[in-house]
Design a protein around this ligand. Structure first.
Ligand code: HEC
Ligand code: HEC
Length: 332
C-alpha cells in the first residue's frame, strides 16, 4: 500500500469512528451552548425583554410572565395580564425556545421574531400597541443610541425591536444538565434511580414525542391519544391554525428541559406537580399506569434535565424623558 492510500484510509477510519461516537443511539441529544453572533443586538434585546415600558401599564415586561429567575415561566396556572386579567393558557418557558418547531402551544408564530410582537399588542397581556411601544423607545436617547449601534439606524421600528428580543431569547439555552453530562460519557452523572427512570421513559414510549435536544418542541401531537383529556380550557390546539378538524387537540409537544422549574404543567396548567403530569401522560398518551415507584423514577430522571440557567447582570434601563408617553397602570 503506498503511503498516500494508507493515509487516506486512516483518515476514513478516523472519520467513521468520530461520526459513530457523535451519532449516539440515544433519542435525546445534549444542548449546545449558545454562540452570540451580534453582542450589540443581544444586549439591546436583553434590555427590551426586561423593559416594562413596552406595556401600557409600564409594569409588565416579558420577564413578568417568563421570569428568568424561575425557569423562564411565571409558575402560575395561567398568566396575569394587563389590569390583572386572567390569561387563557399556561405560559411556556422561553428557555431553549429557539429549538421549537414553531412558537405558542398551537404553533401560530413561525419563530421567535414573529412571536415577540404578539404580547406587546395583546390587550390581555401587555396591552400596548406597536406604534406606542416604538414611540416610548424613540423618546429615550440612550435607546436611540443603542439601536443605532446595533442596527446602523436611529429610526426605531417594531421590526428592530422584535429582532433584538429574538436574538436575546436565542441565547437562553441551558446546556450542561446532569443528563447531558451522562450523554457525553460521564457515567457517574446519574444515580441508579435516575437511570432506571430514563430507561422507563424510553421503554414506555415517551421518547416517541419527547426527543431531540429539547426533549420535545419539535412536533405537534394529540393530547389524549388513548383516552380523552378532560379540561375546562377552551383551547383547541393546532386546529386554530390549520382549520383542519384532524388537528383538534394537537398541541406542540413541550420541551422537558428544566421541567422541574416550569410547573404547573400542560396548556391549562392543571397538573400542579411533575408526578401528576407523568401519571396523566402515561395513562392518556400511552395507556400505561405507572406504580408510585416507577413514577418516582421517571420524575427523578426528568429532574436531571435541569441545565445551567442563563445568568448575567441585571440590565439597567435608561430613564424615560419629558417626551416619553406616560404609563397607564390603572383602568382598561
Ligand atoms: C401576561 C403574560 C405574558 C407576557 C407579558 C409575555 N408572555 Fe410570552 N407567553 C405567555 C403565554 C400565556 C404564552 C402561551 C400563549 C399561547 O400559546 O397561546 C406565551 C408564549 C410565549 C412564547 C412561546 C414559547 C413556546 O414554547 O411556544 C415565547 C417565545 C414568548 N411567549 C416570549 C415572550 C416575549 C419575548 C415577551 C415580551 C415581548 C412575552 N412573551 C410577554 C405569556 C406572556
Ligand atoms: C403522543 C405524544 C406524547 C407521548 C407519547 C408523551 N407525551 Fe408528554 N406531552 C405531549 C404533549 C402534546 C404535551 C402537551 C399537552 C398539553 O398540555 O396540551 C405533553 C406534555 C408533557 C408534560 C408537561 C410539560 C409541560 O411543560 O407542561 C410532561 C411532564 C410530559 N409530557 C411527560 C411525558 C412522559 C413522562 C411521557 C411518557 C410516560 C410522555 N410525556 C409521553 C405528548 C406526548
Amino acid at each position: 500500500m503506498n503511503k498516500l492510500v494508507s493515509l487516506a484510509l486512516g483518515a476514513a477510519i478516523l472519520l467513521t469512528t468520530s461520526i459513530s461516537a457523535q451519532a449516539s443511539s440515544e433519542p435525546i441529544e445534549p444542548i449546545v451552548a449558545a454562540k452570540i453572533q451580534n453582542p450589540a443586538i443581544v444586549e439591546l434585546g436583553k434590555k427590551l425583554y426586561f423593559d416594562p415600558r413596552l406595556s401600557k401599564s409600564g409594569f409588565i415586561s416579558c420577564n413578568s410572565c417568563h421570569n428568568l429567575s424561575m425557569g423562564g415561566t411565571d409558575n402560575l396556572k395561567t398568566s396575569i395580564g394587563h389590569n390583572w386579567q386572567q390569561g387563557p393558557i399556561n405560559s411556556p418557558t422561553v428557555l431553549n425556545s429557539s429549538m421549537n418547531i414553531a412558537q405558542f402551544w398551537d404553533g401560530r408564530a413561525k419563530d421567535l421574531k414573529a412571536q415577540a410582537g404578539g404580547p406587546i399588542a395583546n390587550p390581555g397581556e401587555m396591552a400596548s400597541n406597536h406604534q406606542l411601544a416604538v414611540e416610548v423607545l424613540q423618546s429615550i436617547p440612550a435607546y436611540v443610541i443603542e439601536f443605532k449601534a446595533a442596527f446602523g439606524s436611529d429610526k426605531i421600528d417594531i421590526d428592530k425591536v422584535t429582532t433584538a428580543i429574538a436574538a436575546f431569547e436565542a441565547t437562553l439555552v441551558t446546556p450542561d444538565s446532569r443528563f447531558d453530562k451522562w450523554l457525553k460519557g460521564d457515567k457517574k452523572a446519574l444515580n441508579n434511580d435516575e437511570l432506571a427512570g430514563y430507561k422507563l421513559f424510553k421503554d414506555s414510549g415517551c421518547t416517541a414525542c419527547h426527543n431531540g435536544a429539547a426533549v420535545g418542541g419539535n412536533s405537534f401531537q394529540k393530547f389524549g391519544v388513548v383516552e380523552a383529556y378532560k379540561t375546562a380550557s377552551t383551547a383547541a390546539g393546532r386546529v386554530a391554525v390549520t382549520g383542519k378538524d384532524a388537528d383538534r387537540f394537537y398541541f406542540k409537544v413541550p420541551t422537558l428541559r428544566n421541567v422541574e422549574l416550569t410547573y404547573p404543567y400542560f396548556h391549562d396548567g392543571a397538573a400542579a406537580t411533575l408526578g401528576e403530569a407523568v401519571d396523566i401522560m402515561g395513562r392518556i398518551q400511552l395507556g400505561k399506569s405507572f406504580s408510585a415507584e416507577e413514577n418516582g423514577k421517571i420524575v427523578a430522571f426528568l429532574k436531571t434535565l435541569t441545565g445551567k440557567q442563563p445568568s448575567f447582570q441585571m440590565p439597567i434601563l435608561p430613564p424615560s424623558t419629558d417626551k416619553t408617553p406616560r404609563p397607564q397602570p390603572f383602568g382598561k
